[in-house]
Design a protein around this ligand. Sequence first.
Ligand code: ADP
Ligand code: GN1
Ligand code: MG
Length: 362
Amino acid sequence: MNEQHDLAAVISHFEISGIFSGATPYGSGHINDSYSAVVLQGNRQVRYLVQRMNHHIFKDPIAVMENIQRVTSHLAAQLAGEPDRDRRVLALVKARDGRAWHADQGANFWRAYRFIEKASSYDAVQSPQQAYQAGKAFGQFQKMLASMPAPRLHETIPDFHHTPRRFAALERAISEDLANRAADAKPEIDFALAHESIVGVLVDANLPERVTHNDTKFNNVLLDDATGEGICVIDLDTVMPGLAAYDFGDMVRTTTSPAMEDEQDLFKVSMEFPMFEALTRGYLDATGSFLTNAEKEHLAFSGKLITLEVGIRFLTDHLAGDTYFKVHREGHNLDRCRTQFKLVESIERQEEKMSRLVDTLA
Ligand code: ADP
Ligand code: GN1
Ligand code: MG
């Protein structure tokens, strides 16, 4: 976190009663600044998850908030009558002016969510049971959003999963070489360029547009601390029209390798088949009834493609001088790129087996 923010001042703009007792930076996302803020209400300590949106990346924060309001209301309606409903969907706290956000003097956009207690997110997957729960939770999320009424959601980041355009951006970054890092990244650049033939496969497959999450990282689902159930899908900034396969692919990327995304020991990075199997079972338990055959046929491939895409994005940002993803050390984006490409290789070695498994389960 580069700046200090006055969270007491921020939360005073929201419909949060009680006495502010402190706030701490929270989570490990690459984009927004998140804080857990505690207020005393009588003798109870109540937490809120307060976020400053990154308006350099989300250029139209109001459009993002409109999407999130519509999506969370729709999910809440779908979950009516479910036990523990309040922990199964994010709930925005309104600002005192009635909006869903607060814009401060520094042009920062803030929002506040009720804190979902007794649940946790994990940066790396630990067991097939967790993988199953993540697949099921993101699958149910897609299922519930299949009935979102018109109009179409805003595209909060245009071409977010247009892999050919991500590839073109990398080519530009290589030729510009703004941070003078291309020579040292030659093996990674060669790896990316050698994969050009696959970048258009999903966008050219004529798959149906759906409401998708688009950032289905394992740490974007909260698992219940007591039962391990995937209880709530979070991080809704990129919920917009998209392809189901990219959502499944990002689960494969982040929920089948036990290593951290920025692990420097690449021996630890591999696509573990039991995790993939559990993830696929969870996802198809929720979505098998409505996905088309064409979508199912692309599931096994999607993990390889989005892992390549995210690796390409990390490499592009490294070459451009680290302007997009938060970095915490020298070469951080290059380290992240290396884990992604190592994972692509691991997936390539197991691709046929992955396809056979999806065929038997779908
Ligand atoms: P980012 O876009 O930076 O990844 P997230 O929305 O994913 O931000 O939030 C960061 C972290 O904060 C999450 O990984 C999760 O652990 C936690 N978190 C987010 N929303 C809530 C919530 N409503 N209740 C509890 N924890 C939350
Ligand atoms: C970012 O916000 P976070 O950390 O969940 C990024 C994703 C990448 C991911 C890689 C808006 O997600 O697209 O896949 O990092 N989000 C945005 O870890 O670009
Ligand atoms: Mg997140």
